[in-house]
Design a protein around this ligand. Structure first.
Ligand code: FES
Ligand code: CO
Length: 332
């Protein structure tokens, strides 16, 4: 894949999710962030590191090499880099020869949080999204993904802000077309987030066949707090059982992204995580084909270009916020 680094003064300073933390062991990983190739690895002593995926010697991909102790070894001539990017060994030279100071791979800020590894290829200007439920001992956390989507990351987040599709795209799973009315709700804006008031959505029992309204009312609150990260809570109004989802999207290129969901629940501890993950996989697949076929591919900067309905207030607030922030990638 030919890529070119994409300039975006906002997105390059964001933290982006690059992989599920528990999967980063042994072999280094190659990821692309805004067109920039990045090598991510876990050192033997446990820390996670991200280096520009380009050996300063002859430009080989460091991610094609291997991890040795706390170092990443280039596959071409075996130069070893530590997590800070400093070259600590050049096998072709004698032990007494010094290593040139310029022998250093560019290092990017990298950290582990919410079951994911995060990288920033610029100067991290923002905190990671808060997701305290993931670390609350009364909740059970798990991570879903990666989901590769051939679409702009902004489209994926916008889909997440949408209520009126639940009954159609996810009919039978998250709603039903016979109960498609979305009650009026409010959207609030604070400096670093846009979020809704509570939105109750009725989900009838799948088959029922009876005339009675059998089912469950779920109360949703959705919010977007980073240009490419949103969060929702979905509470069973009767029991208080609550599911939290942090959706976070890595912008690989302008029209390709990888999504992850960190999920936390305060119920169903006896249900295997795999079952929850399969459910989220299905829901995401249902969304993906819509997102991948939407036109225009990039979110229109002109808020009047598409027809907004009152159920779309969060989507409109999200678009407006992206424009205010000056996000360019994923916008047209
Ligand atoms: Fe990496 Fe030569 S290209 S060691
Ligand atoms: Co959906």
């Amino acid at each position: 894949m030919m890529t070119e680094t994409l300039k975006d003064n906002v997105l390059e300073n964001e933290w982006h999710p690059v992989c599920i933390a528990s999967k980063l062991n042994g072999a280094p990983l190659s990821v692309t962030i805004l067109g920039e190739r990045v090598a991510v690895f876990r050192a033997a002593s446990g820390g996670v590191y991200a280096l520009r995926d380009l050996c300063v010697h002859r430009g080989a991909m460091l991610s094609k090499g291997r991890v040795e102790g706390d170092n990443l070894v280039c596959p071409y001539h075996g130069w070893k880099y530590d997590g800070s990017g400093a070259c600590v060994c050049i096998p072709a030279q004698g032990k007494s020869d010094t290593i040139p100071l310029r022998a250093r791979a560019e290092n990017y800020p990298c950290m582990e949080k919410y079951g994911l590894v995060w990288v920033c290829i610029g100067e991290p200007s923002a905190r990671l999204p808060d997701f305290e439920e993931f670390e609350n001992p009364d909740y059970r956390p798990l991570v879903c993904g990666p989901y590769t989507v051939h679409a702009a990351g902004t489209r994926v987040i916008e889909n997440f802000t949408d209520f009126a599709h639940l009954m159609f795209v996810h009919g039978g799973l998250l709603g039903h077309p016979d109960y498609a009315e979305v009650p009026d709700f409010k959207v609030y804006k604070e400096q670093d987030r846009v979020y809704t008031s509570e939105v109750p959505i009725f989900q009838p029992v799948a088959h029922s066949g009876s005339e009675a309204e059998e089912g469950t009312t779920y109360v949703y609150v959705k919010e977007v707090f980073r240009p490419l990260a949103g969060r929702l809570s979905k509470r069973d109004a009767a029991t208080g059982e609550t599911l939290w989802i942090l959706l976070t999207v890595l912008p690989v290129t302008e029209k390709e992204c990888t999504a992850y969901m960190a999920v936390s629940r305060n119920y169903g501890f006896d249900v295997p995580d795999e079952q929850f993950i399969r459910f989220q996989d299905t829901v995401f697949e249902q969304d993906a084909w819509i997102i991948e076929t939407q036109k225009p591919e990039l979110l229109p900067l002109d808020l009047q270009q598409e027809l907004n309905h009152k159920a779309d207030v969060l989507s409109v607030a999200y678009r407006r916020w992206l424009i205010e922030l000056g996000v360019r990638i994923g916008m047209a």
